[in-house]
Design a protein around this ligand. Sequence first.
Ligand code: PLP
Length: 432
Amino acid sequence: MRLETLAVHSGFDCDPATKAVAVPIYQTAAYAFDSADHGAALFDLEAEGYRYSRIANPTSAVLEERVAAMEGGVGALAVASGQAALHYALVNVADTGGNIVSTPQLYGTTHTLLAYVLPRQGITARFAASDQAADIEKLIDKDTKAVFCESIGNPAGNITDIEEIAKVAHRHGVPLIVDNTVATPILLRPIEYGADVVVHSLTKFMGGHGTTLGGCIVDGGNFPWEEQPERFPTFNLPDESYHGMVYREHFGRSAFIARCRSVYQRTTGAVLAPMSAFLLLQGIETVALRVERHVQNGRKVADYLRADPRVEWVNYAGFEDSPYYPMAQKYLGGQASSLLTFGIVGGLQAGKDFYDRLGLIKRLVNIGDAKSLACHPASTTHRQMPPADQLKAGVRPETIRLSIGIEHIDDIIADLNQALGMAATASVSAAA
Ligand SMILES: Cc1ncc(COP(=O)(O)O)c(C=O)c1O
């Protein structure tokens, strides 16, 4: 099935008990055992089935199967937020210590997780000078447990050359973990280019309506954990907390995702609520249509802003002179994301005036909603980063990030136009 069809159907046909065609919300904490032996078999991971919703839930299972199918993975784990997904994916590969090598263009909280939180757990982060494979390669050593990047950086809008970075990572025996939140599998499927694990904030374009937090980890199933038992002992040595079970032997290609669930989700419990899984599934059904409109509107907004003399610069990978234009051709079929950044004439103050005067476009910190959204990253999402790191992440003091929604393009442009006009007037009167 094609992506549009998978987004609507995969993981669920109809409810076997009632023939309901909408995915039921299994609002239950626990599941009955047939017998003591049945319970024991479930707890030993010997029998398939459900035991407690902190480990797995049938509504979330549909979501997991759907996202895994859309990304081309062997399995997935749905969790409470994108950050929970990132945390689980990174500790799952590096919880015996070591380092993660990352591109510098990251969502601010992910940078904080890598730069400040994981080091306290014995996992250090190394940020490359750029997203180029050669800069990544310089930082990989025998203690590296994974390479990490965002397929499209938020808000930098850089399109990472996943194929080249995967080659470099694999040459050094290391998996590549990709945050595919901004692209979605509709624009880009990282596993096809060599990524080993894909992580999502489903809160954004996938869910698409700004109603529900959720995250997902997808296991590509291709990384040969068994080839390096010393570097990746947790997949290859007996797990004492599961009666000596060896993940790679027991779960084969799904070892990574099985361990995420049975070690991290089970013991630390960042569980996605069944209702949230249901709401995210509703959103995913229309993601292909929405992304198409997001992309069209993003193009028109980028062209409009670039042509306007009140705008100083626009960062948009769909422009032929963008350094990421070739990557947009290679990975996004010539399209570019509806997430774009720009700065207006008059710098920081003019930018703030513009921002304060937006009407239709909401001032907030989210992306990927059906609604158009605007954010000032330096004062919000990337506030915790030192200014030099902000610049490397694509955030200047005056940067405004737009996530263009699916409204009528004329209404979006009318709002930008009035806010720009008033910002220009405000800056002129301030100067006078
Ligand atoms: C690229 C990216 N990854 C992860 C996240 C975190 O997602 P969540 O808010 O669902 O935890 C965000 C949030 O903005 C993001 O933009």
